[in-house]
Design a binder for this molecule. Sequence first.
Ligand code: ATP
Ligand code: MG
Ligand code: FE
Length: 334
Amino acid sequence: MKILGIESSCDETAAAVYDNNGLQSNIIASQAVHEQYGGVVPELASRAHHKTIWRTVRQALDEADIQLDAIDAVAVTQGPGLMGSLLVGLCFTKGLCLSRNIPLVGVNHMDAHIYANFIDNQPEYPFISLTVSGGHTQLVHVKAPFEHALLGQTRDDAAGEAFDKIGKILGLPYPAGPVIDERSQHGDTQFHDFPQAMLDNDFEFSFSGLKTSVMYYLQDQKDEEEFLSEHLNDICASVSYAITEVLIKKLRNAIEHTGVKTIVLAGGVSANSMLRKKARDLAAEEDCELYIPKLAYCTDNAAMIAITGYMMAQRKMFAGMNLKPFANLNAINK
Ligand code: ATP
Ligand code: MG
Ligand code: FE
């Protein structure tokens, strides 16, 4: 079986081919246009997807050395994401499927972040996923393929959003997550004790207070600019410490509560080096198997859409031409 996967939920236009022999191609066109605005501008994202999508798909097929007619199903991100961006991917994919009579698969982007772990590995069910991305922070109990129970999620900002917003306060470029990660490696994690929220709750998260506390902490300094130039790395390290501590404590709660012995990390923040290290330590302490996607499969990509589409097609989970995009998880069946 040969699956073409297409991703356009946010600011990455991406296409990949996955078949019985594994991943055959994985193309990403990232949209640089948003950098100057310090965040994704939805209208510009849709236009950039529209401009690049055919070229990206063509490149994925060429690199996999496969003709469109040999594709058994096309998997496309259905949501969550920016409505305009999703519509470009969905309309393009439906056109492609209609014109060549190819079956269509609608993929949940958050499921795909989780199943990115299956590109190079075969985690055993049941497992707990700590899904940490730009828009979501969730603990998911994956009991069997596509049988998920949500244990808890963030009540406000996502972990990636916290990194990005705090980065903005610190004057770092967007997205700030990778920059804070890099700077943290040269800073002191104990420089300042930033708050770890909601530790009395087992599985839920809150990160919006952290951002406010960083803001007030900087305002309290005599000379903010001088303080930042001297201690930027220390602040980054202390912020990374606070975020990753909360994530790992809740992940520990999840495995102890469920008794599940397999853990996966998923989403852009699973690229974070401090989180990866703490997850390895946790897995060793709790005697768990741990899976973390390769860096290229942590942030948005189409390889994760293609593998999830492949797993769905194997289970005959096809969609009709009435497949609708959904902007957020609450709106899935509305
Ligand atoms: P969602 O998947 O929830 O719809 P998204 O697709 O925008 O949101 P991803 O592409 O999974 O999110 O991840 C992007 C996020 O990951 C950004 O917030 C970015 O700052 C963060 N991120 C990427 N690399 C790192 C890193 N090394 N450390 C911390 N955060 C990181
Ligand atoms: Mg992005
Ligand atoms: Fe994502």
